[in-house]
Design a protein around this ligand. Structure first.
Ligand SMILES: Cc1cc2nc3c(=O)[nH]c(=O)nc-3n(C[C@H](O)[C@H](O)[C@H](O)COP(=O)(O)O)c2cc1C
Length: 185
């Protein structure tokens, strides 16, 4: 099984990227975790450019999502929502709707902020958008508040409660991505 991690921040020292990397440490041994690092390269969405072949950064994004069994998104909060560049990437990923790689895909959303709320509004908006795109958004969440206090100088997550919540989200995501076997009576 393969999980794809997407951080909604472009910052090198992003707390959300650190949260994603902490999640990567928590996946079961037989699960591969790939962090997508192409967000900055995604061009502005333009329906006139949305044909075949897709712009290369968009083709890479769609392929990365398609080959993943599930996706974990860690989002910052910008002005009470999630960042525009992440929305832009999701708009590209959502087309064409009927065959978009997020459709029916299990997706979990977590978030980190430097303030007291842990990007909860951004997460809510992101869940709404992912649902509209057709993803199977799972319920578990992590709202990591006061981010600089939760990591040590090696960027390791040192808050045990948050680690447990993250582990729960990861296992819920892995469970949601398990192939279902129908047993005939
Ligand atoms: C343009 C902008 C808008 C922001 N708006 C909010 C906000 O509405 N609520 C909040 O809690 N933090 C807000 N912040 C603070 C970010 O949540 C904080 O900088 C966070 O660390 C960014 O995530 P990152 O570390 O992954 O880059 C904002 C930051 C920026 C740059």
């Amino acid at each position: 099984m393969r999980l794809l991690g997407i951080a909604g921040s472009l910052r090198k020292e992003s707390w959300n990227l650190k949260l994603l990397l902490a999640a990567a440490e928590l996946v079961p041994e037989d699960v591969e975790f790939e962090v997508w690092d192409g967000l900055k390269a995604v061009p502005p969405y333009d329906e006139d450019d949305d044909g075949l072949p897709a712009p290369p950064p968009v083709a890479k994004l769609r392929a990365a999502i398609a080959r993943a069994d599930a996706v974990l998104v860690a989002t910052p909060e910008y002005n009470s929502s999630f960042p525009g560049q992440l929305k832009n990437a999701l708009d590209w990923a959502s087309r064409p709707f009927a065959t978009n790689p997020l459709r029916f895909k299990p997706v979990a959303v977590v978030g980190a902020s430097t303030g007291a709320f842990g990007a909860v509004w951004a997460q809510a908006e992101l869940r709404k958008v992912l649902s509209a795109i057709g993803a199977r958004v799972i319920e578990g969440d992590v709202a990591l508040r006061h981010a600089p206090e939760r990591f040590d100088e090696h960027a390791r997550l040192v808050d045990e409660d948050v680690r447990e919540q993250l582990e729960e989200v990861v296992s819920e995501l892995v469970e949601a991505a398990m192939p279902r076997v129908a047993v005939a009576a």
